[in-house]
Design a binder for this molecule. Structure first.
Ligand code: MN
Length: 756
């Protein structure tokens, strides 16, 4: 597809028409097996309506717009595994949004079923192309996405296909747009694809997202994979040979192959384990796919497991049986890690053809196997959607929190817990007795004082393990408290606890509200939104409710309002002198010394040469040479972040419109504070050596050094001033060749996310 786009640019009208028809016929071909009587004319109609409605539109690449809906429809059928209805909706997915066609037109032409799905797609589309101003609004929008998902999963499946095609054709977009779309993709769409069991698509979305957010990293890993391909294939052949032979002898019909892990998952390893590409040994997994009837699936998979482990010893703690108990998203397979030739650990995945289709097409595949053995997963997915609906209809409006919790839920491993009656429930790994109580019923959670796990009494904070049988103990006097939030990990428990706490707070706040309103009346002003906001920012609170609460419990002194001035009905807060703690004071002063007057010349924004004031973000401490973007904060001016900053993804995804294109101006005279972590063998004189290299050889200014050492290993952090990325790389290279030093890593900021 990609190369055709460039060619289209110069196509004549005739050629374009031919191309469109060719793509349309290709769509019909992949739909062939599913077309029933009457379908063909309906598909034709959808194509004609869409082609006509989009006829004057072109994509950024220059190609006729209609190629996009056709491509999305094809992905929906071929890669997501959906049928005719979804294909028709995919063809029409952008018409209500972008053209004159209305929802009523769709309903009149195709009926209300179709109109409902298109409506869902249009609503989500508004979310994606947002210009909303506040974070809460953004979160509210994501909530809408999830709500639509809970109503009809087809909407989100088509939306994921739409996003996949946009990601595959992201090349022709502007850089800021690329960053925003890519971040949003890894922030919300990839996790959703994962939760819906679309593993292939999830990996591709993540890889493409990485390709655009961190092109260097992506290229480096791709290059590494290319260079090691020959050796890898040789190894895979050697590993598979005896297994292949034995399977053949026993008369199995099967496929066996080595499959490289995704670029994104390799990058995750490199990042979280702090290793180099060469040190990531499990770059691939061996997959064995059996062609066997449903009633023999389990037995045969275990037989194959037995054959594999006859040749290679398994690691006992790496066996995963998702055949007896499938994952919540429907995934079924047997995974094991065995010791292969040359002492390398190799992951082996055993599954049947049916299970493989579920692994690739997730939810959609379930619908197709509905009548078969997939009843269990069917109900599991249903109960997940049910849970989603329940949480979303909760009046607790803190959607941003909800989204965070929800995302955590999407990725975690699962454990299986039994009720006293023997019913099984799936919980995320790390869930506590309190999570379990909330999972069963929110009232049970709110009154929980402890639990019996396998007949033994445990506190509510007790972490559960697979196979535990849990009975919840309650008391009518119990109620949730703030510290409960640290005792639970599930989104459901968290949102329920927050809801209870908020209710509690609301009750207490009523008193504070009364006191404040009385005071305002006394001052001769009304409790208008403006005045309440003024007071809220003065006391540095999140909302007026927090102020009411603070007054009620005495943490806010209402006498401070005396400092305010009154203009008509408007309050104005007194100007506060900036308070800095001593540590900030030193660093601010020092930084000012280092960066002095040239601040505005360091960074160039967009295409303009305007000089704008900015600050370098503390979380990632960018230095010249880093790939960066500017971000307009709500109260602290413009901040510069690295694109690989741990916070970048979240910022770009939620506040794309606040991002400013930024690059470094060339400047050598100024130094930047950055941190380096050094790990090595403790040896007398090692610090001496390090400081020598830093200050004498390279003439770099050191701000601080702190070193921890135990059992002969030291782990130190050094803060230094460098000119730019090249300067820092030079420093790291020099340090890493010193005797006894194992690893030199640039500090990443303190809250690096780990999501695998
Ligand atoms: Mn679209």
């Amino acid at each position: 597809m990609e190369h055709t786009i460039a060619q289209i640019y110069h196509k004549s009208e005739d050629e374009e028409k031919k191309l469109i028809l060719r793509e349309y016929r290709a769509l019909l071909r992949v739909l062939k097996d599913r077309i029933k009587k009457g379908d063909r004319s309906r598909i034709r109609r959808a194509f004609e309506i869409s082609a006509d409605a989009h006829k004057d539109m072109r994509r950024k690449s220059g190609e006729p717009y209609i190629l996009h809906p056709i491509a999305v429809a094809r992905i929906v059928v071929q890669e997501v595994g959906m049928g005719v209805t979804s294909a028709i909706c995919a063809l029409l997915h952008d018409v209500v949004e972008d053209t004159e066609i209305t929802l009523e037109d769709i309903e009149a032409e195709f009926g209300s079923n179709y109109a409902k799905i298109i409506d869902g797609l249009t609503k989500i589309s508004n979310v994606v192309d947002y210009n909303s101003e506040t974070t809460t609004q953004q979160a509210e929008n994501f909530r809408k996405i999830l709500l639509t998902l809970a109503e009809d999963p087809r909407v989100i499946l088509i939306k994921i296909a739409d996003r996949l095609h946009n990601m595959r054709t992201l090349e022709s977009m502007k850089r800021e747009k690329q960053l925003k779309i890519a971040s949003e993709t890894s922030y919300i769409y990839a996790p959703l694809a994962h939760r819906l069991g679309l593993y292939e698509i999830k990996s591709e979305l993540e890889d493409l997202s990485l390709k655009y957010t961190q092109p260097d990293v992506y290229e480096e890993i791709m290059q590494g994979l290319k260079e090691t391909k020959k050796d890898r294939n040789k190894y895979i052949n050697e590993f598979s040979k005896p297994i292949k032979q034995e399977l053949k002898e026993q008369g199995y019909s099967f496929e066996i192959y080595g499959r490289p892990k995704s670029v994104h998952s390799i990058w995750n390893k490199i990042r979280t384990k702090n290793v180099a590409f060469e040190e990531v040994y499990d770059l691939f997994a061996i997959r064995i796919i059996l062609d066997t009837p449903v009633e023999k699936e389990k037995e045969d998979c275990w037989k194959v497991y037995s054959i594999v482990t006859n040749f290679y010893n398994p690691s006992p703690d790496r066996l995963r049986d998702w055949i007896s108990v499938p994952k919540g998203n429907g995934y079924e397979a047997l995974h094991t890690t065995v010791m292969g030739p040359a002492g390398r650990w190799v992951e082996v995945q055993i599954r049947t053809k049916r299970m493989n289709e579920i692994a690739e097409k997730g939810v959609a595949a379930h619908w197709r196997y509905k009548e078969g053995a997939a009843d269990l997963q069917e109900t599991k997915l249903d109960s997940w959607l049910e849970h989603l609906r329940e949480v979303l209809s909760n009046p607790d409006t803190d959607t941003l929190d909800f989204l965070q919790d929800f995302k955590l839920d999407l990725f975690t491993e699962e454990i299986y817990i039994y009720t006293p009656k023997g019913d099984m429930r799936v919980m995320p790994k790390g869930a506590t007795a309190l999570d379990f109580a909330f999972d069963i019923h929110s009232e049970l959670g709110a009154r929980c004082i402890g639990a019996k796990v396998n007949y033994r009494l445990v506190p509510i904070s007790h972490e559960l393990k697979t196979g535990d049988q849990v009975e919840i103990i309650t008391s009518s006097k119990q109620k949730p408290s703030e510290d409960w939030l640290s005792l639970v990990i599930t989104g459901k428990a968290k949102s329920r606890i927050k809801y209870y706490l908020k209710e509690e707070k609301r009750k207490i706040s009523e008193d504070g509200k009364e006191i404040l309103y009385r005071k305002l009346k006394h001052m001769g002003v009304s409790p208008s939104q403006y005045n309440l906001n003024e007071i809220t920012t003065y006391f540095k609170k999140q909302s007026p409710l927090d102020v009411f609460y603070g007054i009620a419990v005495g943490s806010i002194d209402i006498k401070e309002l005396r400092g305010f001035t009154v203009h008509g009905d408007k309050l104005e807060q007194p100007v506060k002198e900036a308070k800095l703690d001593s540590r900030d004071l030193i660093s601010e002063k020092e930084e000012r010394k280092q960066q002095h007057a040239k601040d505005t010349e360091l960074i160039i924004f967009g295409e303009s040469s305007d000089k704008i004031l900015y600050k370098l973000a503390q979380c990632c401490q960018p230095i010249p040479g880093d790939d960066v973007f500017g971000f307009i904060t709500s109260g602290d001016g413009l901040k510069i972040h690295r694109t690989d900053c741990p916070n970048a993804q979240q910022l770009l995804a939620n506040h794309g419109h606040r991002v400013v294109k930024t690059k470094w101006a060339k400047n050598k005279e100024i130094s930047f504070l950055t941190g380096v972590r050094i790990i090595g063998l403790d040896d007398v004189g090692v610090i001496q050596m390090i400081t020598n290299v830093i200050s004498k050889e390279l003439n770099v200014n050191m701000r601080s050094i702190s070193i921890d050492s135990h059992d002969g290993v030291f782990d130190g952090t050094i803060m230094v001033y460098v000119n730019d990325r090249a300067h820092l790389d030079q420093l790291c290279a020099k340090l890493s060749v010193l005797k006894g030093i194992n690893k030199v890593i640039r500090l990443q900021g303190d809250n690096v996310e780990k999501d695998d």
